[in-house]
Design a protein around this ligand. Structure first.
Ligand SMILES: Nc1ncnc2c1ncn2[C@@H]1O[C@H](COP(=O)(O)OP(=O)(O)O)[C@@H](O)[C@H]1O
Ligand SMILES: [Mg+2]
Length: 476
Protein backbone atom coordinates (compact mmCIF):
# COMPACT_ATOMS: atom_id res chain seq x y z
CA UNK A 1 0.00 0.00 0.00
CA UNK A 2 1.36 3.44 -0.86
CA UNK A 3 2.03 5.28 2.32
CA UNK A 4 2.69 9.00 2.10
CA UNK A 5 4.20 9.29 5.55
CA UNK A 6 6.71 6.54 4.88
CA UNK A 7 7.52 8.17 1.58
CA UNK A 8 8.04 11.44 3.42
CA UNK A 9 10.63 9.92 5.66
CA UNK A 10 12.32 8.35 2.71
CA UNK A 11 12.41 11.56 0.74
CA UNK A 12 13.50 13.75 3.59
CA UNK A 13 15.84 11.71 5.65
CA UNK A 14 19.03 10.29 4.17
CA UNK A 15 19.23 7.82 7.03
CA UNK A 16 16.14 6.09 5.69
CA UNK A 17 17.25 6.03 2.11
CA UNK A 18 17.72 2.29 2.26
CA UNK A 19 13.93 2.18 1.96
CA UNK A 20 13.71 3.88 -1.40
CA UNK A 21 14.95 2.26 -4.49
CA UNK A 22 13.55 3.48 -7.79
CA UNK A 23 9.79 3.35 -7.56
CA UNK A 24 9.38 1.66 -4.17
CA UNK A 25 6.14 2.70 -2.42
CA UNK A 26 4.51 3.23 -5.80
CA UNK A 27 1.67 0.95 -6.82
CA UNK A 28 1.05 0.19 -10.46
CA UNK A 29 -2.03 -1.56 -11.72
CA UNK A 30 -1.57 -3.30 -15.07
CA UNK A 31 -4.77 -3.94 -16.97
CA UNK A 32 -4.26 -6.06 -20.06
CA UNK A 33 -6.17 -8.97 -21.51
CA UNK A 34 -3.12 -10.37 -23.24
CA UNK A 35 -1.19 -12.58 -20.87
CA UNK A 36 2.23 -12.26 -22.50
CA UNK A 37 2.13 -8.44 -22.61
CA UNK A 38 0.77 -8.33 -19.06
CA UNK A 39 3.61 -10.42 -17.70
CA UNK A 40 6.28 -8.55 -19.69
CA UNK A 41 4.97 -5.23 -18.39
CA UNK A 42 4.89 -6.57 -14.88
CA UNK A 43 8.49 -7.66 -15.15
CA UNK A 44 9.68 -4.24 -16.35
CA UNK A 45 7.65 -2.42 -13.67
CA UNK A 46 8.97 -4.65 -10.91
CA UNK A 47 12.54 -4.22 -12.05
CA UNK A 48 12.02 -0.47 -11.58
CA UNK A 49 10.73 -1.09 -8.05
CA UNK A 50 6.97 -0.67 -8.54
CA UNK A 51 4.59 -2.81 -6.52
CA UNK A 52 2.41 -4.31 -9.21
CA UNK A 53 -1.11 -5.69 -9.46
CA UNK A 54 -2.49 -7.16 -12.64
CA UNK A 55 -5.98 -7.49 -14.02
CA UNK A 56 -6.93 -9.38 -17.15
CA UNK A 57 -10.44 -8.02 -17.53
CA UNK A 58 -12.41 -4.87 -16.88
CA UNK A 59 -14.36 -6.61 -14.09
CA UNK A 60 -11.22 -7.67 -12.31
CA UNK A 61 -9.72 -4.22 -12.74
CA UNK A 62 -12.79 -2.54 -11.23
CA UNK A 63 -12.66 -4.93 -8.27
CA UNK A 64 -8.99 -4.08 -7.69
CA UNK A 65 -9.70 -0.37 -8.02
CA UNK A 66 -12.33 -0.74 -5.31
CA UNK A 67 -10.05 -2.50 -2.91
CA UNK A 68 -6.77 -0.70 -3.55
CA UNK A 69 -5.56 2.67 -4.53
CA UNK A 70 -2.99 2.54 -7.34
CA UNK A 71 -0.69 5.49 -8.00
CA UNK A 72 -0.58 4.65 -11.68
CA UNK A 73 -2.50 2.44 -14.11
CA UNK A 74 -1.25 0.95 -17.36
CA UNK A 75 -4.40 0.39 -19.30
CA UNK A 76 -4.98 -1.80 -22.37
CA UNK A 77 -8.42 -3.15 -23.03
CA UNK A 78 -10.14 -4.48 -26.08
CA UNK A 79 -12.14 -3.63 -28.08
CA UNK A 80 -9.60 -0.88 -28.68
CA UNK A 81 -10.06 1.99 -26.35
CA UNK A 82 -13.80 2.21 -25.80
CA UNK A 83 -13.52 0.12 -22.63
CA UNK A 84 -10.31 1.84 -21.73
CA UNK A 85 -11.84 5.30 -22.00
CA UNK A 86 -14.71 4.28 -19.77
CA UNK A 87 -12.29 2.93 -17.23
CA UNK A 88 -10.15 6.05 -17.47
CA UNK A 89 -13.17 8.13 -16.44
CA UNK A 90 -13.93 5.73 -13.59
CA UNK A 91 -10.35 5.88 -12.30
CA UNK A 92 -10.24 9.66 -12.51
CA UNK A 93 -13.48 9.81 -10.53
CA UNK A 94 -12.30 7.30 -7.97
CA UNK A 95 -8.79 8.65 -7.58
CA UNK A 96 -8.18 11.87 -9.46
CA UNK A 97 -4.44 11.97 -8.94
CA UNK A 98 -3.67 8.46 -10.23
CA UNK A 99 -1.65 8.58 -13.44
CA UNK A 100 -3.23 6.63 -16.25
CA UNK A 101 -1.16 5.46 -19.21
CA UNK A 102 -3.18 4.21 -22.12
CA UNK A 103 -1.92 1.48 -24.41
CA UNK A 104 -3.33 2.00 -27.87
CA UNK A 105 -3.20 -0.03 -31.03
CA UNK A 106 -2.14 1.27 -34.42
CA UNK A 107 -4.89 3.40 -35.91
CA UNK A 108 -6.47 4.33 -32.62
CA UNK A 109 -4.34 7.39 -31.96
CA UNK A 110 -7.50 9.45 -32.22
CA UNK A 111 -8.84 7.81 -29.07
CA UNK A 112 -5.48 8.34 -27.41
CA UNK A 113 -5.77 12.04 -28.08
CA UNK A 114 -9.25 11.98 -26.59
CA UNK A 115 -7.85 10.09 -23.59
CA UNK A 116 -5.21 12.76 -23.03
CA UNK A 117 -7.94 15.37 -23.08
CA UNK A 118 -9.86 13.32 -20.54
CA UNK A 119 -6.96 13.30 -18.13
CA UNK A 120 -4.69 10.41 -19.14
CA UNK A 121 -1.07 11.06 -18.23
CA UNK A 122 0.37 9.57 -21.40
CA UNK A 123 -0.14 6.87 -24.00
CA UNK A 124 2.02 4.31 -25.68
CA UNK A 125 1.32 2.86 -29.11
CA UNK A 126 1.54 -0.84 -29.83
CA UNK A 127 3.83 -2.50 -30.62
CA UNK A 128 6.20 -0.97 -28.08
CA UNK A 129 9.57 -2.14 -26.90
CA UNK A 130 10.32 -2.95 -23.28
CA UNK A 131 12.89 -0.15 -23.36
CA UNK A 132 10.16 2.30 -24.35
CA UNK A 133 8.02 1.06 -21.50
CA UNK A 134 10.90 1.30 -19.08
CA UNK A 135 11.50 4.96 -20.03
CA UNK A 136 7.82 5.75 -19.71
CA UNK A 137 7.50 4.09 -16.30
CA UNK A 138 10.65 5.82 -15.14
CA UNK A 139 9.06 9.12 -16.02
CA UNK A 140 5.90 8.12 -14.16
CA UNK A 141 7.95 7.24 -11.07
CA UNK A 142 9.81 10.56 -11.16
CA UNK A 143 6.59 12.48 -11.58
CA UNK A 144 4.93 10.66 -8.68
CA UNK A 145 7.92 11.04 -6.43
CA UNK A 146 8.17 14.77 -7.09
CA UNK A 147 4.46 15.14 -6.44
CA UNK A 148 4.70 13.35 -3.11
CA UNK A 149 7.74 15.34 -2.18
CA UNK A 150 5.97 18.57 -2.96
CA UNK A 151 2.90 17.61 -0.93
CA UNK A 152 4.75 16.14 1.99
CA UNK A 153 7.14 19.05 2.22
CA UNK A 154 4.22 21.44 2.54
CA UNK A 155 3.00 19.45 5.51
CA UNK A 156 6.28 18.95 7.29
CA UNK A 157 7.93 22.27 6.65
CA UNK A 158 7.37 23.79 10.05
CA UNK A 159 9.13 21.22 12.16
CA UNK A 160 12.10 20.69 9.91
CA UNK A 161 12.92 24.02 8.39
CA UNK A 162 16.31 24.96 9.71
CA UNK A 163 17.66 27.50 12.14
CA UNK A 164 15.27 30.17 13.34
CA UNK A 165 14.01 31.90 10.23
CA UNK A 166 16.69 30.43 8.00
CA UNK A 167 15.32 27.70 5.79
CA UNK A 168 17.57 24.96 4.50
CA UNK A 169 18.71 21.45 5.36
CA UNK A 170 21.61 21.06 2.95
CA UNK A 171 24.73 19.82 4.78
CA UNK A 172 26.48 23.18 4.20
CA UNK A 173 23.54 24.92 5.83
CA UNK A 174 23.59 22.59 8.84
CA UNK A 175 27.25 23.49 9.24
CA UNK A 176 26.34 27.15 9.05
CA UNK A 177 23.78 26.76 11.85
CA UNK A 178 26.41 25.31 14.13
CA UNK A 179 28.74 28.24 13.49
CA UNK A 180 25.91 30.75 13.96
CA UNK A 181 25.05 29.22 17.33
CA UNK A 182 28.70 29.42 18.35
CA UNK A 183 29.15 32.96 17.04
CA UNK A 184 26.14 34.02 19.10
CA UNK A 185 28.03 33.12 22.24
CA UNK A 186 30.97 35.44 21.55
CA UNK A 187 31.35 39.12 20.83
CA UNK A 188 34.05 38.85 18.16
CA UNK A 189 33.46 40.30 14.71
CA UNK A 190 32.12 37.92 12.08
CA UNK A 191 32.60 38.31 8.36
CA UNK A 192 29.71 36.90 6.34
CA UNK A 193 30.46 36.07 2.71
CA UNK A 194 28.02 35.11 0.02
CA UNK A 195 26.55 36.18 -3.30
CA UNK A 196 23.79 38.74 -3.32
CA UNK A 197 20.50 37.31 -2.04
CA UNK A 198 21.98 34.29 -0.25
CA UNK A 199 20.72 35.55 3.11
CA UNK A 200 23.67 37.41 4.61
CA UNK A 201 21.50 39.85 6.50
CA UNK A 202 19.28 37.03 7.69
CA UNK A 203 22.34 35.21 9.02
CA UNK A 204 23.60 38.38 10.72
CA UNK A 205 20.25 38.76 12.47
CA UNK A 206 20.35 35.12 13.52
CA UNK A 207 23.78 35.59 15.07
CA UNK A 208 22.52 38.58 16.99
CA UNK A 209 19.29 36.96 18.11
CA UNK A 210 20.97 33.67 19.01
CA UNK A 211 23.35 35.56 21.26
CA UNK A 212 23.52 36.92 24.76
CA UNK A 213 22.74 40.48 23.69
CA UNK A 214 19.58 39.71 21.80
CA UNK A 215 17.64 42.28 23.83
CA UNK A 216 19.96 45.05 22.70
CA UNK A 217 19.66 46.80 19.31
CA UNK A 218 20.52 45.21 15.96
CA UNK A 219 21.36 48.02 13.55
CA UNK A 220 22.05 47.35 9.84
CA UNK A 221 24.05 49.93 7.86
CA UNK A 222 24.35 49.58 4.10
CA UNK A 223 27.82 50.81 3.22
CA UNK A 224 27.04 50.41 -0.49
CA UNK A 225 24.04 52.67 -0.79
CA UNK A 226 25.08 55.69 1.24
CA UNK A 227 27.37 58.49 0.03
CA UNK A 228 30.69 58.45 1.93
CA UNK A 229 30.10 61.61 4.00
CA UNK A 230 26.73 60.29 5.04
CA UNK A 231 28.11 56.89 6.11
CA UNK A 232 30.66 58.68 8.24
CA UNK A 233 28.09 60.73 10.08
CA UNK A 234 25.72 57.76 10.31
CA UNK A 235 28.35 55.54 11.91
CA UNK A 236 30.23 58.04 14.04
CA UNK A 237 27.70 60.84 14.52
CA UNK A 238 28.34 64.57 14.20
CA UNK A 239 28.18 67.74 16.20
CA UNK A 240 26.07 70.73 15.30
CA UNK A 241 27.64 72.72 12.46
CA UNK A 242 30.01 69.91 11.50
CA UNK A 243 29.02 70.42 7.87
CA UNK A 244 26.45 72.34 5.89
CA UNK A 245 23.02 71.16 6.89
CA UNK A 246 24.16 69.70 10.23
CA UNK A 247 21.83 71.92 12.17
CA UNK A 248 21.44 69.44 15.01
CA UNK A 249 23.94 67.09 16.65
CA UNK A 250 23.49 63.43 15.93
CA UNK A 251 24.68 60.32 17.72
CA UNK A 252 26.50 57.73 15.65
CA UNK A 253 24.96 54.29 15.14
CA UNK A 254 28.05 52.69 16.69
CA UNK A 255 27.15 54.53 19.90
CA UNK A 256 23.39 54.09 19.63
CA UNK A 257 23.75 50.30 19.32
CA UNK A 258 25.24 50.27 22.86
CA UNK A 259 25.56 46.66 23.95
CA UNK A 260 24.09 45.36 20.70
CA UNK A 261 25.17 44.72 17.11
CA UNK A 262 25.98 46.91 14.13
CA UNK A 263 25.73 45.01 10.85
CA UNK A 264 27.93 46.60 8.18
CA UNK A 265 26.45 45.35 4.93
CA UNK A 266 28.53 45.55 1.74
CA UNK A 267 31.62 46.41 3.77
CA UNK A 268 33.69 46.05 0.59
CA UNK A 269 32.21 49.36 -0.59
CA UNK A 270 33.45 51.33 2.42
CA UNK A 271 35.83 54.13 1.28
CA UNK A 272 39.45 53.64 2.34
CA UNK A 273 39.60 56.63 4.72
CA UNK A 274 36.53 55.39 6.54
CA UNK A 275 38.07 51.92 6.73
CA UNK A 276 40.89 53.46 8.79
CA UNK A 277 38.41 55.23 11.04
CA UNK A 278 36.39 52.07 11.54
CA UNK A 279 39.49 50.06 12.38
CA UNK A 280 40.44 52.58 15.04
CA UNK A 281 36.91 52.49 16.46
CA UNK A 282 37.02 48.70 16.75
CA UNK A 283 40.49 48.61 18.26
CA UNK A 284 40.11 51.49 20.68
CA UNK A 285 36.43 50.95 21.42
CA UNK A 286 35.70 54.62 21.00
CA UNK A 287 34.62 56.96 18.23
CA UNK A 288 35.04 60.60 17.42
CA UNK A 289 31.90 62.22 15.94
CA UNK A 290 32.44 64.35 12.82
CA UNK A 291 33.42 67.87 13.84
CA UNK A 292 34.11 66.91 17.45
CA UNK A 293 37.37 66.70 19.36
CA UNK A 294 35.85 64.55 22.07
CA UNK A 295 35.86 60.78 21.97
CA UNK A 296 32.80 58.71 22.82
CA UNK A 297 33.23 55.18 24.20
CA UNK A 298 31.42 52.40 22.35
CA UNK A 299 30.46 48.88 23.30
CA UNK A 300 29.22 47.18 20.19
CA UNK A 301 29.60 43.97 18.27
CA UNK A 302 30.50 44.29 14.59
CA UNK A 303 29.14 41.93 11.98
CA UNK A 304 30.13 42.61 8.39
CA UNK A 305 29.03 41.18 5.06
CA UNK A 306 30.16 41.38 1.48
CA UNK A 307 29.53 39.71 -1.86
CA UNK A 308 33.00 40.75 -3.05
CA UNK A 309 36.18 38.73 -2.82
CA UNK A 310 37.74 40.82 -0.06
CA UNK A 311 41.09 39.03 -0.25
CA UNK A 312 41.41 40.23 -3.83
CA UNK A 313 40.45 43.78 -2.80
CA UNK A 314 43.20 43.56 -0.18
CA UNK A 315 45.83 42.55 -2.74
CA UNK A 316 44.59 45.23 -5.10
CA UNK A 317 44.90 47.80 -2.33
CA UNK A 318 41.24 48.85 -2.19
CA UNK A 319 40.60 47.23 1.17
CA UNK A 320 42.86 47.65 4.19
CA UNK A 321 44.63 44.49 5.20
CA UNK A 322 44.56 45.32 8.91
CA UNK A 323 40.80 45.91 8.86
CA UNK A 324 40.30 42.70 6.90
CA UNK A 325 42.14 40.72 9.59
CA UNK A 326 40.17 42.48 12.32
CA UNK A 327 36.83 41.60 10.76
CA UNK A 328 37.86 38.15 9.65
CA UNK A 329 38.14 36.57 13.09
CA UNK A 330 35.33 34.24 12.16
CA UNK A 331 34.18 33.79 8.56
CA UNK A 332 30.85 32.43 7.43
CA UNK A 333 30.38 31.50 3.80
CA UNK A 334 26.81 31.04 2.61
CA UNK A 335 26.62 28.78 -0.45
CA UNK A 336 24.72 30.04 -3.50
CA UNK A 337 21.31 28.48 -3.99
CA UNK A 338 22.36 26.54 -7.11
CA UNK A 339 24.78 24.58 -4.93
CA UNK A 340 22.03 23.45 -2.57
CA UNK A 341 19.12 22.77 -4.86
CA UNK A 342 17.64 20.32 -2.41
CA UNK A 343 16.63 23.33 -0.31
CA UNK A 344 14.52 24.82 -3.10
CA UNK A 345 11.30 22.87 -2.29
CA UNK A 346 11.65 23.81 1.38
CA UNK A 347 12.13 27.48 0.53
CA UNK A 348 9.23 27.40 -1.93
CA UNK A 349 6.93 25.88 0.68
CA UNK A 350 8.10 28.46 3.22
CA UNK A 351 7.50 31.45 0.96
CA UNK A 352 4.15 30.12 -0.31
CA UNK A 353 3.01 29.63 3.24
CA UNK A 354 3.82 33.25 4.06
CA UNK A 355 2.39 34.68 0.83
CA UNK A 356 -0.72 32.53 1.27
CA UNK A 357 -1.16 33.70 4.84
CA UNK A 358 -0.93 37.35 3.75
CA UNK A 359 -3.36 36.78 0.89
CA UNK A 360 -5.78 34.77 3.04
CA UNK A 361 -5.73 31.79 0.70
CA UNK A 362 -3.74 28.60 0.40
CA UNK A 363 -1.04 28.81 -2.26
CA UNK A 364 0.47 25.74 -3.90
CA UNK A 365 2.65 25.09 -6.91
CA UNK A 366 2.27 22.66 -9.81
CA UNK A 367 4.77 19.82 -10.02
CA UNK A 368 6.26 20.96 -13.33
CA UNK A 369 6.72 24.49 -11.98
CA UNK A 370 8.57 23.15 -8.94
CA UNK A 371 10.72 21.08 -11.23
CA UNK A 372 11.56 24.18 -13.30
CA UNK A 373 12.45 26.10 -10.12
CA UNK A 374 14.77 23.29 -9.11
CA UNK A 375 16.57 23.32 -12.46
CA UNK A 376 17.10 27.07 -12.67
CA UNK A 377 20.45 28.54 -11.67
CA UNK A 378 19.23 31.43 -9.47
CA UNK A 379 21.89 34.11 -10.02
CA UNK A 380 19.93 36.28 -7.55
CA UNK A 381 19.72 33.37 -5.10
CA UNK A 382 17.00 33.18 -2.44
CA UNK A 383 15.95 36.78 -3.00
CA UNK A 384 15.24 36.03 -6.66
CA UNK A 385 13.29 32.90 -5.72
CA UNK A 386 11.24 34.85 -3.20
CA UNK A 387 10.53 37.63 -5.72
CA UNK A 388 9.59 35.16 -8.46
CA UNK A 389 7.05 33.48 -6.18
CA UNK A 390 5.63 36.79 -5.06
CA UNK A 391 5.25 37.90 -8.67
CA UNK A 392 3.72 34.56 -9.67
CA UNK A 393 1.14 34.84 -6.88
CA UNK A 394 0.38 38.44 -7.79
CA UNK A 395 -0.13 37.47 -11.45
CA UNK A 396 -2.61 34.74 -10.77
CA UNK A 397 -5.57 34.65 -8.46
CA UNK A 398 -5.69 30.84 -8.68
CA UNK A 399 -4.50 28.74 -5.76
CA UNK A 400 -1.87 26.94 -7.72
CA UNK A 401 1.12 28.53 -9.43
CA UNK A 402 1.54 27.28 -13.00
CA UNK A 403 4.47 27.46 -15.42
CA UNK A 404 2.92 30.45 -17.21
CA UNK A 405 3.06 32.46 -13.96
CA UNK A 406 6.82 32.07 -13.66
CA UNK A 407 9.35 34.48 -15.20
CA UNK A 408 10.41 33.44 -18.72
CA UNK A 409 14.06 32.84 -17.88
CA UNK A 410 12.92 30.03 -15.57
CA UNK A 411 10.92 28.33 -18.33
CA UNK A 412 13.98 27.56 -20.38
CA UNK A 413 15.90 26.34 -17.37
CA UNK A 414 15.19 22.58 -17.37
CA UNK A 415 18.28 20.90 -18.66
CA UNK A 416 17.59 20.60 -22.32
CA UNK A 417 19.92 18.16 -23.93
CA UNK A 418 18.60 18.93 -27.41
CA UNK A 419 19.15 22.64 -27.05
CA UNK A 420 22.64 22.05 -25.77
CA UNK A 421 23.43 19.87 -28.70
CA UNK A 422 22.77 22.55 -31.34
CA UNK A 423 26.40 23.55 -31.93
CA UNK A 424 27.24 19.92 -32.69
CA UNK A 425 24.73 19.15 -35.44
CA UNK A 426 22.40 17.46 -32.99
CA UNK A 427 25.06 15.24 -31.52
CA UNK A 428 25.42 15.36 -27.77
CA UNK A 429 28.86 14.48 -26.43
CA UNK A 430 28.82 11.40 -24.17
CA UNK A 431 30.46 13.34 -21.36
CA UNK A 432 27.65 15.89 -21.49
CA UNK A 433 24.98 13.19 -21.37
CA UNK A 434 26.74 11.55 -18.47
CA UNK A 435 27.02 14.83 -16.60
CA UNK A 436 23.33 15.63 -17.07
CA UNK A 437 22.33 12.12 -16.00
CA UNK A 438 24.39 12.38 -12.84
CA UNK A 439 23.27 15.90 -11.94
CA UNK A 440 19.62 15.18 -12.57
CA UNK A 441 19.84 11.96 -10.51
CA UNK A 442 21.31 13.98 -7.66
CA UNK A 443 18.54 16.55 -7.89
CA UNK A 444 15.94 13.80 -7.82
CA UNK A 445 17.31 12.22 -4.66
CA UNK A 446 17.78 15.52 -2.85
CA UNK A 447 21.54 15.49 -3.17
CA UNK A 448 21.97 12.12 -1.45
CA UNK A 449 25.18 10.97 -3.14
CA UNK A 450 25.12 7.41 -1.79
CA UNK A 451 21.62 6.85 -3.08
CA UNK A 452 22.37 8.55 -6.41
CA UNK A 453 25.41 6.30 -6.91
CA UNK A 454 23.31 3.23 -6.19
CA UNK A 455 20.54 4.22 -8.58
CA UNK A 456 23.07 5.12 -11.27
CA UNK A 457 24.74 1.78 -10.65
CA UNK A 458 28.18 3.34 -10.27
CA UNK A 459 30.55 3.27 -7.34
CA UNK A 460 30.37 6.16 -4.91
CA UNK A 461 34.05 6.99 -5.46
CA UNK A 462 33.35 7.29 -9.18
CA UNK A 463 30.47 9.65 -8.41
CA UNK A 464 32.63 11.79 -6.11
CA UNK A 465 35.38 11.91 -8.72
CA UNK A 466 32.94 12.99 -11.45
CA UNK A 467 31.46 15.70 -9.24
CA UNK A 468 34.93 17.01 -8.51
CA UNK A 469 35.66 17.11 -12.24
CA UNK A 470 32.45 19.07 -12.88
CA UNK A 471 33.41 21.50 -10.15
CA UNK A 472 36.88 22.11 -11.51
CA UNK A 473 35.78 22.22 -15.16
CA UNK A 474 32.33 23.85 -15.21
CA UNK A 475 32.28 23.85 -19.00
CA UNK A 476 32.86 20.16 -19.37
N1 LIG B 1 17.84 30.46 3.91
C1 LIG B 1 16.84 31.33 3.82
N2 LIG B 1 15.64 31.04 4.36
C2 LIG B 1 14.62 31.91 4.27
N3 LIG B 1 14.68 33.10 3.66
C3 LIG B 1 15.85 33.45 3.12
C4 LIG B 1 16.99 32.60 3.18
N4 LIG B 1 18.00 33.22 2.56
C5 LIG B 1 17.54 34.40 2.14
N5 LIG B 1 16.24 34.56 2.49
C6 LIG B 1 15.39 35.72 2.16
O1 LIG B 1 15.87 36.25 0.93
C7 LIG B 1 15.88 37.67 0.94
C8 LIG B 1 17.31 38.14 0.75
O2 LIG B 1 18.10 37.85 1.89
P1 LIG B 1 19.23 38.83 2.44
O3 LIG B 1 19.62 38.38 3.80
O4 LIG B 1 18.82 40.26 2.30
O5 LIG B 1 20.38 38.48 1.38
P2 LIG B 1 21.77 39.20 1.12
O6 LIG B 1 21.98 40.15 2.25
O7 LIG B 1 22.75 38.09 1.10
O8 LIG B 1 21.65 39.86 -0.21
C9 LIG B 1 15.31 38.07 2.28
O9 LIG B 1 13.92 38.34 2.13
C10 LIG B 1 15.53 36.87 3.15
O10 LIG B 1 14.57 36.80 4.17
MG1 LIG C 1 21.96 42.29 1.82
Amino acid sequence: MFNASNAAVAVLSPSHTAQIEGATFLNLLIVDDDRTTREACREVAQSLGFNTQVAESAEQAYRLLDSSSPDAVLLDLRPPCSGSLEMLHAIKKHRADALVILVTGYGTVQSAVQAMKDGAYDYVTKPFSMEELRLLLNRVATHLRLKTENRVLQETIKSRQGFGNIIGRAPEMEKLYRIIAKAGQSSHPVLILGESGTGKELVAKSIHFAGMFRNKPFIPVDCGSLVPTLIESELFGHVRGAFTGATNPKDGLLAIAEGGTVFLDEIGELPVDLQAKLLRAIQEKEIRPVGSVKRVPINVRILAATNRALERAVTEGTFRRDLFFRLNVLTLRIPPLRERRQDIPLLVAHFLERIGRDAGMEKTISDDSLKALMSYDWPGNVRELENSLERACALSSANQIQMRDLPTQIHSAPIDVLAMSQPNNGIVPMAELEKQTILSALTQVNGDKMLAARLLKIGKTTLYRKLKEYESQPNL
